[in-house]
Design a protein around this ligand. Structure first.
Ligand code: HEC
Length: 371
């Protein structure tokens, strides 16, 4: 009944329902235990106690709840209000929150409001069709593509003021949120020494040499390789070693804390079937993963670059070429840019392998599911 009522109230859109919705929107605490051996992570486990509060929050965001939620910050439904206000990208709501912060003296409650403001610093960028999501599951949240909005400046100021006057806990929390929520505010950064240069010391690989080596896979038709895969049982441990040996690591990472290169392989087994994985290696041009189209950039000066885009800001494009080398081009140095109908992944990297080894490589990749 509560679930149905929450949905209906959201659809009716009358803000006077906000208080009643806040009363049933308390996030449940301590009721949820993800199974320790759950292979798909906590989101795959049903959490019934969260359903009604979640629906209530969704209804609140539809009916215009800011006034009621701000008022509820000082009442018994504070936790529900804090949750609902996470979606309050609204100028007046932000001003009220900043005013509320200056009146709040309790340090824990101040931290809660600061966390809320930090989260509201960005919003989701509107999707305009000019970019696409990559194959790497991006679980960082709370937004996929960060965009500043009208009130980012005011929130920025409030966070800096808290950094200047706050106690040690507040400072540490602000540094943590700056990192966790990707605020990228310089004054909230952890001291330099803690951040290591991620790409240093990468081994050099000679991909053309690997691809030109003759071997069983290279001499067998793709159809026959696929048939052989049905009967051969691969050894994932051996496959892991081959992944390094055949140069795959130059463009693919398997752990989410490594910097992103080509498509992320840490969950490829959950996204592609073993046959699709095999096909991606044998015929890279057959289907090209989202977000990894090959791009040719002609700079104002110097030779053209061909690669896939690994990072792009308003000022610069970062491109990884076929050798795994990274090039950075300033946006104002780009004379022309076009997408090519070919994969950046070299064909033939598995040619030198025996069918047995190829089966092991596939078995290893097919087993990468957790990220
Ligand atoms: C020079 C860089 C490079 C190297 C080396 C490389 N790949 Fe790739 N790989 C890519 C790019 C770029 C894509 C995405 C374009 C595409 O789908 O063809 C890709 C796609 C894939 C895909 C499909 C992923 C998806 O989500 O669709 C698989 C599987 C894969 N590579 C496995 C391998 C294996 C195994 C090796 C080692 C034998 C390897 N790759 C070596 C660049 C590389």
């Amino acid at each position: 009944m509560q679930a149905a009522a929450a949905i209906a109230l959201g659809r009716l859109g009358d803000p006077s329902a906000a208080e009643a919705l806040l009363a049933i929107a308390h996030p449940p605490t301590g009721t949820f235990k993800p199974q320790p051996d759950a292979s798909e992570g906590p989101h795959a486990v049903p959490h019934a106690a969260l359903v009604v509060p979640h629906l209530a929050i969704q209804a609140l965001t539809k009916i215009g709840h800011h006034e009621a939620s701000l008022k509820a910050l000082t009442g018994p439904h504070r936790s529900a209000a804090l949750w609902a206000l996470q979606y309050a990208h609204d100028s007046e709501a932000i001003e009220s929150l900043i005013a509320h912060l200056s009146e709040e003296t309790d340090s824990v409650r101040r931290l809660e409001i600061l966390a809320l403001l930090a989260r509201l610093y960005h919003r989701e960028a509107p999707y305009d069709g000019s970019w696409w999501w990559g194959t790497r599951p991006d679980t960082r949240g709370p937004y996929y593509k960060l965009a500043k909005w009208e009130k980012s400046g005011a929130i920025h100021e409030a966070l800096l003021a808290a950094m200047a006057t706050g106690d040690q806990t507040t400072k540490q929390a602000l540094i943590f949120w700056n990192e966790r929520l990707r605020l990228n505010i310089d004054a909230l950064k952890a001291p330099e020494t803690e951040r290591a240069e991620a790409t240093e010391g990468e081994p050099k690989v000679h991909l053309t040499k690997i691809a030109n080596k003759p071997g069983e896979v290279g001499k067998t038709s793709i159809e026959d390789v696929m048939l052989a895969l049905d009967t051969l049982k691969g050894d994932p441990k051996r496959g892991e070693a081959l992944f390094v040996q055949q140069g795959c690591l130059a463009c693919h990472t398997t752990s989410s804390d490594q910097p992103l290169k080509g498509p992320y392989m840490g969950q490829v087994g959950a996204i592609l079937s073993p046959e699709q994985i095999a096909e991606s290696i044998l015929k890279p041009n057959a289907s090209i993963s989202q977000g990894f189209a090959t791009v040719q950039i002609d700079p104002v000066e110097g030779a053209s670059l061909v690669g896939f885009v690994t990072a792009e800001t308003a000022d610069a494009i970062e491109l990884r070429d076929i050798g795994g080398q990274v090039h950075k081009v300033k946006a104002n140095q780009v004379k022309a840019r076009q997408e090519l109908e070919m994969s950046m992944m070299p064909a033939g990297l598995a040619n030198a392998l025996s069918l047995q080894d190829f089966a092991s490589l596939i078995a290893y990749l097919a087993g990468l599911k957790k990220g």
